[in-house]
Design a protein around this ligand. Sequence first.
Ligand code: UT7
Length: 325
Amino acid sequence: MARFSSITGTGSYLPPRRVTNADLAEELAAKGVETSDQWIVERTGIRARHFADDGVTSSDLGVEAARRALEAAGIAASEIDLIIVATSTPDMIFPSAACILQHKLGIAGCAAFDVQAVCSGFVYALTVADSLIKTGTANKALVIGAEVFSRILDFSDRTTCVLFGDGAGAVVLELSETPGILASDLHADGKHVGILCVPGTVSGGKVLGDPLLKMDGQAVFKLAVGVLEQAARATLAKAGREAADIDWLIPHQANIRIMQGTARKLKLPLDKLVVTVDQHGNTSAASIPLALDAAVRSGKISRGQTLMLEGVGGGFTWGAVLLDF
Ligand code: UT7
């Protein structure tokens, strides 16, 4: 039997606290930081984001998304033989969020680990899971993107703190006789470490350096538009497909202008773009599976359609996955 992988269920979870641009602008104004709903909407497309309450971790959000994906796939947690969590905001330095999440799901024994590729994390994790299924190491995987970026935001820096949110998305990826995942394309270029990073670390019982997110937004913006087009074209070429075959483009949800720019470069009509950045903000590794699940549950995406998932972010990392849903 040929070994391919297919997504059999999707799920997502947002922490209940929804913060609109107006709410955030009011909170920031009290600290002397000036921003506005108009600036945020015009420059990013973001209207609201969700923030987790104190003490709520990535694995807490991720396990809810995972339960919903399992329910959609119609399988029990005990059938899962691989868990990969894409996150840059894990619950602790170690063990991985994936191990903690596994225990919260009430299962034990299956492989579980985190993938750290920042906002490209989900396409990296999905590609790893696809490879492990194709090589016979796993048959039923949970691939999760889960983040609490609110914990690493500098709320005195208006150029970054208005952009990000918390949340989680998940898919069940199962062995199938037909693809499923058609092709992937992953890249990184470490010379750009400094344009998007959280430079601090823990050493000798202390935090060394700054543990809050730093971003050169314009540098990230310029790189993102170029690499997203390249990754999409390379993935299409590997699969022997054309851009016109894409039913839905689901890019990392960071900025509506980057997302629309990518669609235009691929000559895709903007109504083929799945957009949730307006309601979720940038949830890093969670943004693609959150957008995927929202579009599946709203009835936009249906079985048999061709989806292009694309991530880009800190590292610098980027990549794409083309799949028949
Ligand atoms: O998840 C990984 C991927 N990340 C991304 O894709 C982010 C990519 N970058 C971006 O999305 C955009 O560069 C930003 C949204 C971060 C910034 O948009 P921009 O159009 O590049 O704005 P800018 O940085 O050029 O700033 C324009 C002005 C500046 O004022 P001056 O110098 O022109 O007077 C900023 O100080 O906007 C000001 N500004 C703000 N004003 C109100 C920056 N942030 C804010 C703010 N509210 N929150």
